[in-house]
Design a protein around this ligand. Structure first.
Ligand SMILES: Cc1ncc(COP(=O)(O)O)c(C=O)c1O
Length: 414
């Protein structure tokens, strides 16, 4: 690289990823093929429009690669229509809201403090000024059970146009049949934002909302799906809905698609269609359950009482007197990256909440199994309990580095 300054920063990030353990549940390591496609000459190309209907010439290969990505996405998630152009998860969500609602219409989504995402209607977002958001919550924080009765009651009264199932910090499986039933009763569309668990759905390790009558699925292509950073909108079978979504993504909301990322998405979907990916998805859950078990054995409260997916949410302030921010910082010092997180009905503030959120997609990509995950969880707890003890922290850091060395980041998976 001729720009030595940027090259140095890239090398630094490579080293950080190589030597530390990545436990942020929304992060992963992509294959060399995904990286190559993302850095390919498709970067140079403008392709506003859709395959066969572009506003620029020279689309022989872009049309083919976008069609391939669409075809693979539909096969992977069992649906008829896919829009592979959203630049990321948030634009996919916003474009879908504009496609299927009018300003002032109502969406029902999971409360942010109970696991929902900012794009499901937090007041700091612009969309909350345009659409009306109402919320549902857990009935029981200790088991993660959603309050479906209350959801039905509120939905009957407020008549939302969309009922959104999906989350960024929730550890149990949603009852999609109940969501669908409630949506039908009130005349709403059932939409799932599966950004976090798309890889688990693709690998059939958890349920697919389309099997329970969902109309649309929104997702990112990074996280558990292990592709490039990007968004994806899937429509089960309604051509009318798919057409509205296409129009909303372009020209409604975005300009030209990022073709290099679409090529990388096509590779990611191809990888996710293999038997090896199915095993990977299953192992992610086995690994997060083995970590959750260590926390529970150490009497550390977990929101939802455990996990059915890639993610664990621990109330470390309530259980150990260590704040989320302190936990995040001290674990960073020993080479474990994760994030502080609000817990349901958190008495503390978002910038220093009670919880930490961690997950296993990235370490599972490295080849970790239950045994290594159990050890990582033990080391996390040891560090949290000895956050001011340099000797303990140095020794943990040494062991984490050794584990990272023993399990190098792979370049290919199939
Ligand atoms: C459920 C959910 N939806 C949407 C997004 C937004 O995705 P992006 O950061 O790619 O815009 C996220 C990101 O974490 C998410 O968890």
């Amino acid at each position: 690289m001729r720009d030595k300054l940027v090259e140095k920063l890239i090398k630094g990030e490579e080293k950080r990823q190589r030597e530390g353990l990545e436990l942020i549940p929304s992060e992963n390591y992509v294959s060399e093929d995904v990286l190559k496609a993302n850095g390919s000459v498709f970067t140079n190309k403008y392709s506003e429009g859709y395959p066969g209907r572009r506003y620029y010439g020279g689309q022989e290969f872009t049309d083919q690669v976008e069609r391939l990505a669409i075809e693979r996405a539909c096969k992977l998630f069992k649906c008829k229509f896919a829009n592979v152009q959203p630049h990321a998860g948030a634009p996919a969500n916003v474009a879908t809201y504009f496609a299927l609602m009018e300003p002032g219409d109502t969406i029902m989504g999971m409360d942010l403090s109970h696991g929902g995402h900012l794009t499901h209607g937090h007041p700091v977002t612009y969309i909350s000024k345009i659409f009306r958001f109402i919320r549902y919550k857990m009935k029981n924080i200790e088991t993660g059970e959603i309050d479906y009765d209350e959801m039905l009651r509120v939905a009957m009264a407020e008549k939302p146009k969309i009922i959104m199932a999906g989350f960024s910090a929730y550890t149990r499986e949603l009852d999609y049949a109940k969501f669908s039933e409630i949506a039908k009763k009130v005349g709403a569309l059932a939409i799932a934002d599966m950004a976090h668990i798309a890889g688990l759905i693709a690998g059939k390790a958890v349920k697919n909302p389309f099997d329970y009558g969902f109309d649309v699925i929104l997702t990112t292509t990074h996280k558990t799906l292990r592709g490039p950073r990007g968004g994806l909108i899937l429509t089960r079978d309604s051509e009318e809905i798919a057409k509205k979504i296409d129009k909303s993504v372009f020209p409604g909301f975005q300009g030209g698609p990022i073709m290099n990322t679409i090529a990388a998405k096509a590779i990611c979907f191809g990888e996710a269609l293999t038997p090896a990916f199915k095993k990977y998805a299953e192992q992610i859950i086995k690994n997060s359950r083995s970590m959750a078990k260590v926390f529970l054995n150490n009497k550390i409260r977990l929101i939802g009482g455990g996990t059915d997916n890639h993610c664990v949410l621990a109330d470390i302030f309530g259980s150990l007197g260590v704040t989320g921010k302190e936990g995040q910082t001290v674990l960073d010092e020993v080479g474990i990256t994760l994030n502080m997180n609000m817990i349901a009905d958190d008495p503390r503030k978002p910038m220093d909440p009670s919880g930490i959120r961690f997950g296993t997609p990235a370490i599972t990509t490295r080849g970790f199994r239950e045994k290594e995950c159990k050890r990582v969880a033990e080391l996390m707890i040891l560090t949290l309990k000895n956050k001011d003890n340099k000797k303990v922290k140095d020794s943990v850091h040494k062991e984490i580095k050794a584990l990272a060395k023993k399990f190098p980041i792979p370049k290919k998976f199939v």
